[in-house]
Design a protein around this ligand. Sequence first.
Ligand code: FES
Length: 408
Amino acid sequence: MSFSDEVRSRLLQPSDSGNEEPVRLPTRRFVDRSFYEAERAEVFGRTWLFTGRVDEIARPGLYMTWEKTTVPLLLVHAVDDVIRCFYNSCRHRGAPVVRVPRGRNRALRCQYHSWTYDTSGKLVSVPDERDFVDLHREERSLVPVACSLAGGAIFVNENPQEDLGSWLGPTVGEMSSVSSESLRTLDQRSITIPANWKRVLGNLLAAPLTPPRPGLKTMGTTRSDIQALEGGHIRIITPFDEETAVALGLENPFNWTSLNDEGLPSLPNLDPIFCSTATTYVLSPNLLVSFTPSGVLSFTAWPLDEETTLLDATWYAPDWGEEDSPANLPAWSQRLEWTQAQLDGIATTLESAQNEMKEPARQGLSLHYESEAFRLWNESLDARLSEVVPADTLTGAAPGEIRSPLKS
Ligand code: FES
């Protein structure tokens, strides 16, 4: 049975949801400094993290700094055409090697005392080198960070336990129809939200992501097929309702075919299921990817501390070459307005969420109205944390029954 047939058959079975007890998430997951520090070490310090796409540093010599995890990193398109990542810390006295967010050079020169590195990280020049007794240049290369590509997307990992392909698991095959090599970054926007990053993820997962399609005012949806995938990733496929499906050109919500967005260049060979439904992959820990026939949308939530999240939204479209960016076309303008509204809406919704989680009487966040996807996502997070955080902070722990001090 094909992937689409499997999804369709699950969706056409009667729903068995509605009888289960709501799952509760202990509030300490969202407010406690020690829980956050465990996440930093065990999740963000050991997982492949999406940093952007190759087109952001498309040519040899281009570089960009990257500090979304609060660790200063430097991504370089090296002159040998390899994308590399280093800690942005000079091997002389630790000053940032690069101080501007983006640039292009064949060498990376620290501005403090002009130690200079090539784009493979090798220390190639030290002014007044004679003054440095016992300096061995080969021991002072920039410290590398694991960096791998998947379909033009750049991932980094400070302490890889497995290679990128193994970590992505089945999502690589399922998303193989997305010709991601030919995508180009069309728009990037961010917002800082005064709430724990898990609340932000929960909000993104509370309803299907339905970016506007040209000519459609509303995008109604039906029940989702939500599947936990190997590696802690999650797939959410939500058919449109009858009215939306027909307006899009489908015979019915389950008769998935290749569609185009009127007036916009299409992603070539995109699997019909991605064209005809609202599909989102949640790549653990913090990346959501959704599809339309003419563009791919990503959201990434970065915890700046236990109470603050940087939420990025980025659209990718088929490369438009030397033409003007399509961002000003009415269909894209509408989509970008929708994207800004999503960011603003989450910020407004969560404005007082963090303080509410600190109220002593509140011990758990009930998932009554949050999605099944959010429960699965929390459980996949727990799989990485269960050895280092108290059991009563894990998903489903009954608040109030056991209270153990969080490790400091
Ligand atoms: S700290 Fe970079 S050259 Fe001295």
